[in-house]
Design a protein around this ligand. Structure first.
Ligand SMILES: Nc1ncnc2c1ncn2[C@@H]1O[C@H](COP(=O)(O)OP(=O)(O)OP(=O)(O)O)[C@@H](O)[C@H]1O
Length: 578
């Protein structure tokens, strides 16, 4: 936890929070002393003047105590909230720069829990540390000393009470701490199921799986609730028992103190002060037990956050990166590429070798799970090859700065993603300086201009996730956005699948005719033969292996796998027509 707080917390704020807290403890310890004097020298002797002056002193000390307490709470709150803010910022910026491998290691739901719930735990512990953790031991020592000053004999009560408290706090910690730690993983699970349900709500309804999903959620929910109930039951037992111990201590003090007073061995004021110190000692124990229970939970959260922040990407920039030059023509090369996912036994890609020049289109075809998306993820270096090389404009993607590389590439992912805002804002994502004319040009190529003109043009509002557009419209808008960006390599990952055959053909025709695209390399991943047929080269993937490379005509003549794909689609087409 200290590691997280370092650099994210102001040393001055902590210093002043601690100073205020020490001030608060000193004034709290001084007040019972004043009470005892007031009773012993004022009330017992009927000295009104003394009562007035001691009363005024008490008032002044109380005001001072309130000021110290206010200063401490304010600084503790500001420091802990500031720490939370910085942690959220750091996690988010880490997430934005994570490689796909790192992302796979943590998972989206867990990242959300870590950015929200875990950060709140750290904030709570920071607040608690600045309030209680430092205050409790000082108060404990100070109150014990003052109590001893008031009456050494009565202090022997604590010889019995303190070991009871220590054993009690130990038992509570033993049972509560593991349960508290488990809360975070159970929250993760709850978020995961909830998130899957939210994103897949239409699929769930379509497959009438709502009862199954409801049960899955209920299981996670019950598991979380059971754990939480156990924890809070322990806490529910802890507080009344603590109060019982406190009351028992009070009774013991009054009993023994009463005898001492009766024997004139102790002044009444001293006993009153002693009782307050006893309460302070027991309160310090209460605080410590809370701290001991919450700190391990906070530590578990800190470990989870550190795990994200410390993720070391294998994908690192070269210390002396090579630089793309504007006058080099676009090109894309896969040189004998082999690739394996982190921890996987089998290679996901084997022997991919293809070379594409500016103005050419490379298509990638293959069955589901054959490795098409995996291959294109290597171009922007979302993953690194195991052997071989991927080159953009002749430079190995490992030798260039990652941002510079991604600047050269415009990617339309398999799942079209649009952001809430106007269409203009969405289209300008890759090129903030694009003019309206350029945006309309991209929309024309992407066969989207007509339906956008019918709506509010570039001011058309895009709902969250682009939900006010159909699947095909969303894909076309994602394509238009990719075309607004000036790139050397345009990658369309199965982006034409939601388009009807005519729109698909028109779009590819418009792409071919565009002068900017003619200077770039186009990579199209497709399942349909019609989508890939007019590409300059087609890679045929089968179970991660490149089993063919050539034009449609060449492959149809020589490649068994490609022929099977073509024949299956002709058969499918005939079946549909029958
Ligand atoms: N992040 C990952 N970690 C481990 N294995 C993965 C990962 N992503 C994909 N794979 C595996 O790699 C193989 C190729 O997957 P990929 O998504 O590249 O196929 P694809 O040809 O694009 O399929 P589709 O047409 O269905 O999108 C599959 O067996 C898949 O299970």
């Amino acid at each position: 936890m200290l590691k997280l707080a370092k650099k994210r917390v102001s040393g001055w704020a902590v210093l002043f929070a601690v100073l205020f807290m020490v001030g608060q403890v000193i004034t709290s310890l001084y007040l019972p002393n004043l009470t005892s004097d007031l009773v012993n020298y004022g009330v017992a002797k009927g000295d009104t003047n003394y009562i007035w002056s001691a009363g005024m002193k008490m008032l002044a000390v109380s005001v001072l105590s309130v000021v110290f307490s206010f200063g401490n709470v304010l600084l503790a709150a500001q420091t802990s909230q500031g720490l939370g803010k910085k942690l959220r910022q750091d996690i988010y910026s880490k997430v934005l720069n994570m490689s796909n491998d790192e992302f796979d290691q943590v998972g989206t739901s867990s990242l959300i829990t870590r950015t929200t719930n875990d950060v709140v735990q750290i904030q709570n512990v920071a607040m608690m540390t600045l309030r209680m953790m430092i205050m409790a031991p000082i108060m404990l020592v100070g109150a014990s000393f003052m109590a001893y000053q008031k009456d050494a004999q009565l202090t022997s009560i604590f010889v019995v009470v303190i070991p009871i408290m220590v054993v009690f706090v130990g038992i509570v910690m033993f049972f509560a701490v593991p349960l508290f730690k488990a809360m975070q993983t159970k929250t993760d699970r709850l978020n995961l199921v909830f998130r899957e349900g939210l994103t897949g709500v239409r699929v769930i309804r379509a497959f009438v799986r709502d009862q199954f999903e409801q049960k899955r959620f209920d299981d996670a929910n019950i598991d979380y609730t059971k754990n939480a109930r156990k924890v809070y039951s322990i806490m529910a037992v802890m507080f009344p028992l603590m109060t019982l111990i406190m009351s028992g201590t009070n009774i013991a003090i009054i009993w023994n103190g009463g005898h001492l007073i009766a024997n004139q061995a102790m002044a009444v004021g001293n006993m009153l002060a002693f009782m307050t110190y006893a309460m302070q000692i027991l309160m310090s124990f209460m605080m410590l037990s809370m701290v001991f229970v919450f700190i391990p939970r906070g530590q578990a959260s800190a470990d989870r956050i550190n795990k994200v922040l410390d993720l070391k990407s294998d994908i690192k920039d070269n210390d002396q990166p090579q630089v793309f030059t504007d006058d080099t023509a676009a090109s894309l090369d896969f040189d004998q590429v082999n690739f394996r996912y982190h921890g996987a036994e089998e290679l996901a890609l084997t022997g991919v070798d293809a070379h594409v020049k500016a103005g050419q289109t490379l298509a990638i075809i293959g069955g589901t799970g054959s490795g098409k998306s995996t291959l294109i993820n290597l171009i922007p270096r979302f993953y690194d090859v195991e052997t071989g090389a991927v080159k953009v404009k002749g430079l190995n993607v490992k030798d260039v700065d990652q941002h510079a590389l991604q600047d050269q590439i415009s990617l339309v992912p398999q799942k079209a993603v649009l952001f809430k805002g106007t269409l203009r804002e969405n289209l300008r994502y890759g090129n903030p300086d694009a003019t309206d004319d350029e945006l309309w040009h991209a929309l024309e190529i992407a066969q989207s201009a007509d339906f956008i003109k019918e709506a509010d043009g570039l001011d058309t509002f895009v709902e969250q996730g682009g939900n006010n557009f159909s699947g095909g419209q969303k894909q076309r808008l994602a394509i238009a956005r990719a075309l607004v960006k000036k790139a050397s390599v345009y990658v369309f990952d199965d982006s034409f699948s939601a388009l009807d055959f005519k729109t698909d053909a028109n779009l590819r025709q418009a792409l071919r005719e565009d002068t900017m695209i003619q200077k770039a390399v186009v990579v199209i991943v497709g399942q349909r033969v019609s989508t890939v047929a007019d590409a300059d080269q087609i890679i045929v993937l089968d179970d991660g292996k490149m089993v063919g490379l050539g034009t449609h005509t060449e492959l149809k003549a020589n490649n068994e796998t490609y022929r099977e794909i073509v024949e299956s689609q002709i058969k499918e087409g005939n079946d549909k027509n029958e």
